[in-house]
Ligand binder design. Structure first.
Ligand code: SAM
Ligand code: SF4
Length: 461
């Protein structure tokens, strides 16, 4: 339990406390007191021990001072928890989800530069050398970031799947549960696309990349896909469809995607062990991935593939085999996720893989991909990720998925339509982001479609 006298960062302090104690069966009474007198004088009591720290005076404008105060307080708390437990965390005192965005901002604000950003992250946030180095590599590899508020990305959400995978915490319905309202959903979605498109035209907002995600968009039949894609006639560099589940991919559906200018698709194995696929309720086999992949190559799509480290029952050996197979297939993009177990997934009580080795297995996976010519180019963290680790996207031959960079780094506005979609408007000069979320469930979305279109117009006006 944690008691604090600086309530503005209570949530982050609790996150840090949980990162040290969650799942260990241990707990401690922590009290945190800070005195502002030029410098910060911080006293932390953990059970019967007292730790005292002196941190520098936060300087700059009010916003900057607030951010530095938070940074210094969390850093002191991290030092005390680390001293008490003897543990260190891969991401140190950083509790956020976008460390590379933080690093880029620090470079833009002249707090550091691209040559010394590794040391900056280690010093300011006590991030491990390995993770800080990974961030700095990603910053060097990322390209195509354009700060122009008239260029935006367009996202369409299809939160429906053939069946539910046991580990998944995304809000997505099984097709059989929503089959009856699907025609109505697609009508509402097409209406939203049409009206928003007209509005974007009036406001001279130019779409750079399109991404249809979910869920599993290819759960739709060919006719529905054809009708939906007919509404998305943008002239773009990158048009991605997250097919995801290989068991939803057919030659006919890929022909529909091809006809409408889609040039990148995701086919996600997660693992190449059929035993694990069965265990996690993912209703396909590794052979389905091979079949879908060869169809995709025949049609000339760039292919993104996802894998997950930390799946139940998987040791380093199983992960190595998955990486071997991925390297044999050699897709344009490989994203390596670390399992996150959130409320809402069916797998809460599963016996998990050995956590001790997880960071080592993840690092070996990254290393092997880099040795094979893949470059890391985006990174994000999620709540409840095993070992407090992260997800990293890799691409070979500079075939990076621009939408992944834009959405994870929050460097471009996104007009997002469909149930559960979150639109973001980035005000790049003011360094500010505003959001608008559509209702998560199909029925609510259908009922409130006109209101959602109006809200989107307000957001971008
Ligand atoms: C939006 S999800 C769904 C994509 C698609 N429906 C599929 O399953 O292939 C994108 C990716 O997030 C990852 N993911 C989903 N749930 C996860 C979890 N609980 N922990 C870690 N990664 C997860 C998976 O690798 C998945 O491919
Ligand atoms: S992992 Fe993908 S296919 Fe499985 S339930 Fe989640 S969104 Fe659907």
């Amino acid at each position: 339990m944690l008691k604090t006298n600086i309530s503005e960062i209570e949530k982050e302090q609790n996150d840090l406390y949980n990162s040290f104690f969650e799942g260990s069966g241990e707990e401690a009474n922590v009290s945190f007191d800070v005195l502002f007198a030029g410098k910060l004088y911080i006293t932390i009591k953990i059970d019967d021990k007292t730790y005292e720290y002196e941190e520098p005076e936060p300087v700059g404008n009010a916003l900057k001072q607030k951010s530095l105060r938070k940074r210094y307080c969390l850093r002191a708390l991290y030092k005390a928890l680390s001293a008490k437990t003897g543990k260190t965390l891969p991401w140190g005192s950083f509790t956020g989800i976008r460390p590379t965005a933080l690093a880029r901002e620090a470079i833009e604000n002249n707090e550091t530069n691209e040559f010394s950003v590794t040391e900056f992250l280690e010093r300011e946030f006590l991030i491990s050398h390995e993770k800080a180095l990974l961030c700095s590599k990603i910053l060097k590899n990322q390209h195509g970031i354009i700060k122009n508020d008239h260029l935006i990305d367009f996202y369409v959400n299809i939160p429906v799947c053939p069946t539910r995978c046991a580990y998944c915490s995304f809000i997505s319905s099984e097709m059989k549960a929503v089959e009856k309202i699907m025609p109505e959903y697609l009508e509402a979605l097409k209406k939203e696309i049409r009206l928003v498109k007209q509005f974007m035209f009036d406001k001279a907002l130019i779409v750079r990349n399109v991404y249809i995600g979910g869920g599993t968009p290819t759960v739709l039949d060919e006719k529905s896909l054809d009708e939906l894609l007919s509404e998305l006639s943008f002239k773009v560099n990158e048009f991605t469809v997250e097919c995801g589940r290989p068991d939803t991919i057919t030659r006919e559906k890929l022909e529909v995607l091809e006809k409408h200018g889609v040039n990148r698709i995701c086919i996600n194995p997660q693992t190449f062990s059929d035993a694990t696929l069965k265990r996690i309720g993912r209703q396909h086999k590794k052979e389905d991935v091979f079949e879908a992949y060869s169809l995709a190559l025949e049609k000339g799509f760039e292919v993104n593939m996802d894998m997950i480290v930390g799946l139940p029952g998987e040791s380093g050996g199983a992960v190595k085999k998955t990486v071997d197979t991925l390297l044999d297939l050699y897709p344009s993009n490989i994203t390596v996720h670390t399992l996150s177990l959130k409320r809402g997934s069916l797998m809460q009580d599963e016996k998990l893989s050995n956590l001790k080795n997880l960071n080592k297995i993840l690092s070996q996976t990254h290393q092997r991909l880099m040795e094979a010519g893949y470059k890391p180019y985006y990174l994000y963290r999620q709540k409840h990720q095993l070992g407090g680790l992260e997800n990293v996207g890799f691409a070979r031959d500079n075939l990076m998925c621009q939408f992944n960079i834009d959405s994870m780094e929050e460097c471009s506005s996104i007009m997002a339509v469909g149930a559960g979609a979150i639109s973001k408007r980035v005000f790049s000069l003011e360094n500010r982001i505003e959001r608008q979320a559509n209702p998560k469930f199909l029925k609510d979305y259908i009922e409130r479609i006109d209101e959602m279109i109006e809200k989107k117009k307000q957001l971008f006006s």
